[in-house]
Design a protein around this ligand. Sequence first.
Ligand SMILES: Nc1ncnc2c1ncn2[C@@H]1O[C@H](COP(=O)(O)OP(=O)(O)OP(=O)(O)O)[C@@H](O)[C@H]1O
Ligand SMILES: [Mg+2]
Length: 470
Amino acid sequence: MSSEAVIQIDRLNKSFPIYEKPFHRLCQMLSPRQAKHRWYREFQALKNIDLQVRRGETLGIVGRNGSGKSTLLQIICGTLSPSSGQVRVDGRIAALLELGAGFNPEFTGRENVFLYGAVLGLTRQQVEERFDDIVAFADIGEFVEQPVKSYSSGMYVRLAFAVAINVTPDILVVDEALSVGDEAFQRKCFARINRIRDDGATVLFVSHSAGIVTQLCDRALLLDRGEMLASGSPKFVVSRYHKMLYVPVDRANQVREMIRGEREDASELEAPSSLSQIDREDADLVRSATTEPEGGREHAPKSAGWFDEGMEPKSTVRYDARGATIVHPHIQTLEGTKVNVLRGGGEYVYTYRVQFDQPAFLVRFGMLIKTLTGLELGGGATNLPRAIPAIEAGGEMEVRFRFRCLLDGGTYFLNAGVLANVGGEETYIDRLIDAAMFRVMPEPERTATGLVDFCVVPDVVVPLSSKVSV
Ligand SMILES: Nc1ncnc2c1ncn2[C@@H]1O[C@H](COP(=O)(O)OP(=O)(O)OP(=O)(O)O)[C@@H](O)[C@H]1O
Ligand SMILES: [Mg+2]
């Protein structure tokens, strides 16, 4: 294994015995070892997988249900053994494989933290040192003293995640677990995953969400019926994944064959005119697939929005304040009503106050809007010529950023920051990450695709031949 590779997999195969009838399992157990007749058939869940994951890489794994993603992760984590092939892993793995894997339902949350900590290779003392952080992150209150069998699935995941990410793993493996928590908790988890990754850990991430894989991962691979059908940049792999998801059954093998024969090249990242044939063919399918389904979402409110009390970010981080404090960050309608459920296309004001307890010079204010996974969508700041020359200690300011909400339905997070000149250098004198969160209600009338509405106006197509009827 090269020094850079933390996971090295060569010619990995995994088969499971499939018994037609339950009693066949018993028959097999009772059969003599040399018996020719087998009471099962073999199902190959992973076929000849070669994979190398480098230190510090974030790898996304996509594929339809049953394509072998969890089986692969379980083999990497050592909870399943391969049928053949080599798997070498270098470093401490923390895994979130399935709901509360490693938890004993009869034990309390507290006992399970120690149990799971031990499974992840921590000593009792190490768990004790981290216990308060773990419980604070899980944010399950008094329930930590209750048996985990009384937990909701969200609470299970919270606690399991809190333990897994507090062991400072070399390799973090996450299998879809995040989809169970609420959005504020998910944001907190993504923020922590980003931090673990920035600290140099390797992250393996299984997700059905194309958006999350493209935003979070450096590289991705597509599993299809146990085969590694494609690997490369997340964008390349996700488009092939969508193709496999939406291809008509009678064309599936043909498309599989095309993907197998493809190689990602630089042209993938360029304009649509340079898309490969496979892309052009199925462009419509891919386009529709990149828009998440609308299931269960409410329709846009007639009013400009409203306020949902329960929607508070749990991932707020304040950087070391240096003489200024940002308070009360929130969104208002133009009429001044506080809201956090917004209507797509509407105009709003993001506002916060800043209290200065030291004098500050050349002061500027900023804001930033991000997705759940931390992707920075855009923001704004007062520019230098309009910086406030001086503010005295005891001063207080209200900052207002007017913006148009050109976002797709979903949950978003806001940062707030105050910059000033300290000792000749511009620096943050207060900064709040995830200061506020808001939800955008989906617009049934929306014509834009993707997260941000660029106000694209489709032009009327002028028929270029008499064969087009308009
Ligand atoms: N213990 C087992 N015995 C028999 N078959 C199994 C076993 N575990 C997994 N399989 C089969 O192996 C295949 C791959 O399963 P796996 O759980 O890895 O899929 P997956 O890609 O994680 O799917 P999902 O997206 O639904 O989580 C499936 O067809 C599954 O039925
Ligand atoms: Mg799975």
